[in-house]
Design a protein around this ligand. Structure first.
Ligand SMILES: Nc1ncnc2c1ncn2[C@@H]1O[C@H](COP(=O)(O)OP(=O)(O)O)[C@@H](O)[C@H]1O
Ligand code: SF4
Ligand SMILES: [Mg+2]
Length: 408
């Protein structure tokens, strides 16, 4: 078997719902309800699903920021949920998290140096006190920020730069696994691309394994080796890029893919859009059997009673994990990964909407000149090309009209 660094088995997290004057438990929010998967060493596992399906809860369980209701988590041969006190603290070093919102996740009253160096206070044996300033400056440099900005405050940085600070903090203790909870969702599309490229670079340099959470299948495609699609606290489908994007067998994945922007403008309007009817049911009262049955166009009686297992099911080419009784491949749209194509050849139109393509295109610029901070100060620094004129790089960035991904 391939070398797994993290093995989650049947992870469950139910939050009690309190009600009445006596604040009795009147029910449970089944945020994560039986999730199993493995994260291989050095791989990126993307986790996608609509808001509220339990992605962040899963992320917190993987770090043991929350105690599970049940289930086990094996980290590099260690049963993580059985560890206590100093043993657990030591393990924490190896699994770190980067949060979604770079605006609220950094303490506004702390300098960047203090924010990035804080993990060293918690784990003082990692870097001796005298070497901490240098260690923080090295981290700033690694994430493409100016080491001289160590005494600045978060508000003096742009959104993308703040996320770089979050990443620097995440890698400060030299972890093995980084849980990235929607690390680019709050950022503008061109900035997303730069941050994702930075994360890929760091993964190569540091041999990290990532769990990369997003609500958008297209962002995850670019960075992930494998992708897991979640629905209402469960995993609906799990496979490698080709399996999930070209041969999805779960109706939910097929519906999500039908809403992903199409890279080729000539293909637009030609694919079939699967519109899901009905709202996402409440995780406090999830549907019986297959949780997707209230919105699935293929649902039959069996789906209401029997819970489909996440097992390998034929996908037309081979087989991959799908939790659908009636799993069958359906090509939603012919999409291509444009990673190897020269940027100029990729777009026949200026109306570029594919974030995956943008990731590559913007990656070519290799700058960290993310955007303009609110007071108009220029904060951009070139990454990897220290000789390039910072101002030029900055202007280049702000001139390019990157489409706002929030409307796709
Ligand atoms: N601490 C909590 N207490 C009660 N319910 C919670 C808590 N955290 C999350 N939930 C609920 O669990 C479900 C999953 O939430 P979350 O993991 O944040 O989803 P996602 O990250 O996919 O948007 C939601 O219904 C949310 O309201
Ligand atoms: S098991 Fe039934 S309801 Fe669930 S996804 Fe498959 S066909 Fe749809
Ligand atoms: Mg979340």
């Amino acid at each position: 078997m391939a070398d797994a660094i993290l093995t989650a088995t049947d992870l469950v997290k139910h939050y009690p719902i309190k009600g009445g004057v006596l604040r009795r438990t009147v029910g449970h929010v089944k945020a994560v309800d039986g999730v199993s998967f493995q994260l291989m060493r050095g791989e990126t596992l993307g986790i996608v699903g609509e808001s509220g399906c339990g992605k962040s809860t899963l992320g917190r369980l993987l770090m043991r920021l929350e105690e599970p209701t049940s289930g086990t988590l094996d980290f590099d041969g260690i049963d993580m949920y059985s560890k206590k006190g100093s043993e657990m603290r030591k393990l924490r070093r190896d699994i770190q998290i980067v949060f979604q919102d770079p605006y609220t996740s950094l303490n506004p009253r702390m300098t960047v140096g203090d924010i990035i160096g804080e993990p060293f206070d918690i784990h003082p044996d990692v870097v001796p006190k005298a070497g901490r300033r240098k260690a923080v400056q090295d981290l700033l440099d690694m994430v493409g920020l100016n080491p001289e900005h160590i005494n600045r405050y978060p508000h003096q940085f742009s959104g993308g730069q703040r996320q770089r600070i979050g990443i620097a903090r995440g890698i400060a203790l030299n972890p093995k696994v980084l849980i990235c909870d929607e690390p680019v969702s709050a950022l503008d599309v061109s900035v997303q691309a730069q941050v994702v490229n930075l994360m890929e670079k760091l993964q190569d340099e540091l041999g990290l394994s990532y769990v990369f959470i997003a609500h958008d299948l297209s962002v995850v495609r670019h960075i992930s080796d494998r992708v897991g699609v979640m629905y209402l606290g469960r995993m609906a489908e799990l496979g490698n890029e080709d399996e999930v994007y070209q041969h999805p067998t779960h109706p939910y994945t097929q519906a999500l893919l039908s809403a992903v922007p199409v890279p080729d403008p000539t293909l637009r309007g030609k694919r079939e859009q699967i519109v899901l009817t009905g709202d996402v049911p409440s995780p406090a009262n999830p549907p019986s059997g297959c949780r997707f049955h209230t919105r699935c166009w293929k649902a039959q009686e069996k789906c209401k009673v029997d819970t489909p297992e996440l097992i390998e099911r034929p996908d037309g080419v081979g087989a991959h994990f799908s939790a659908c009784h009636f799993a069958e491949p359906r090509l939603v749209i012919e999409t291509v990964d444009v990673s190897d194509v020269e940027p100029d050849e990729r777009f026949s139109s200026t109306e570029v909407v594919d974030p995956g393509a943008l990731l590559e295109r913007d990656g070519a610029a290799t700058t960290a000149a993310d955007d303009v901070v609110s007071d108009g100060t220029q904060q951009g620094e070139p990454v990897g090309e220290p000789d390039a004129s910072r101002e030029d790089v900055f202007r280049e960035e702000v001139r390019g009209d990157a489409p706002d991904r929030r409307d796709i």
